[in-house]
Design a protein around this ligand. Structure first.
Ligand code: C5P
Length: 240
């Protein structure tokens, strides 16, 4: 496991906030280094929100989960990288050709803007799917336990730098893909935090021990009465 400062391992998901609120929130969290901009915030705020976070000294995970034909994936990844997003999600189901050109275009887009190449992260199977519905609605008979590593392998072979996965999948994926392949895991709850709508969760240090490279944490920090203290508490759990 590489040694990273705990604050570099925690990405705070800014969901359900208006743009001004998200920018103000991020500013008030002491030592915050990474934020996740999802579809809702991006659609409302536009691409400038990435630049605005960067002006605040923050690093941006742009979680727009691109899934399209290769040329469109490439164009979107090139633009996202040129904005300065350092982690960008794509759907593995877009296929190897789309993944390959997306990765190459992201590298070009960043280089053209004088920035380091971002890491593309593949989404394998959204956790909102279960096996019965995959079979019934999409005629996918493969079990999720086989499908996740198969799509992770497809992505890695296409040159994608990592995956978003459940912390419960991290150990198996890490065994298959050593570092520096990134494994970014949501579904994290520090001790004592409300589980909310997350069905299967893990603590921050357990997820890192299982092989996660970075953690996405939203509501345990964003809904806290004292977000700086909640963030510090999560960092503290990574030090113990
Ligand atoms: O508030 P919470 O910590 O549950 O937020 C987790 C973030 O990770 C949200 O942005 C959510 O959309 C995202 N996510 C997730 N589970 C997945 C994939 C993404 O919770 N399987």
């Amino acid at each position: 496991m590489t040694t990273l400062h705990p604050a570099d391992r925690i990405i705070v998901a800014l969901d359900g906030m208006a743009p001004e609120q998200a920018l103000a929130f991020a500013k008030q969290v002491d030592d915050l280094r990474w934020v996740k901009v999802g579809l809702e915030l991006f659609v409302q705020a536009g691409p400038q929100v990435v630049a605005q976070f960067r002006e605040q000294g923050l690093r941006v995970f742009l979680d727009l989960k691109f899934h399209d034909i290769p040329a469109t994936m490439a164009g979107a990844c090139r633009r996202a990288a040129a904005l300065g997003a350092e982690l960008i999600t794509v759907h593995a189901c877009a296929g190897s050709e789309a993944l390959k050109v997306a990765q190459a275009a992201a590298r070009d887009g960043a280089a053209g803007a004088g920035l380091p190449a971002p890491t593309l992260l593949a989404v394998t199977v959204l956790t909102s799917w279960d096996e019965q519905r995959l079979q019934r609605e999409l005629s996918i008979a493969q079990g999720i336990a086989e499908r996740v590593p198969a799509l992770a392998q497809l992505s890695a072979t296409a040159g994608i730098g990592g995956c978003v996965c459940s912390p419960l999948e991290a150990a198996a994926l890490r065994a298959q893909h050593p570092e520096p392949f990134a494994l970014v895991t949501p579904g994290i709850r520090p001790k004592g935090a409300a589980v909310g709508d997350q069905a299967r969760v893990m603590g921050p240090s357990e997820a890192i021990a299982a092989g996660a490279s970075q953690l996405v944490i939203g509501r345990p920090i964003t809904k806290s009465d004292d977000p700086s203290a909640a963030f510090a508490y999560c960092c503290g759990e990574l030090r113990t």
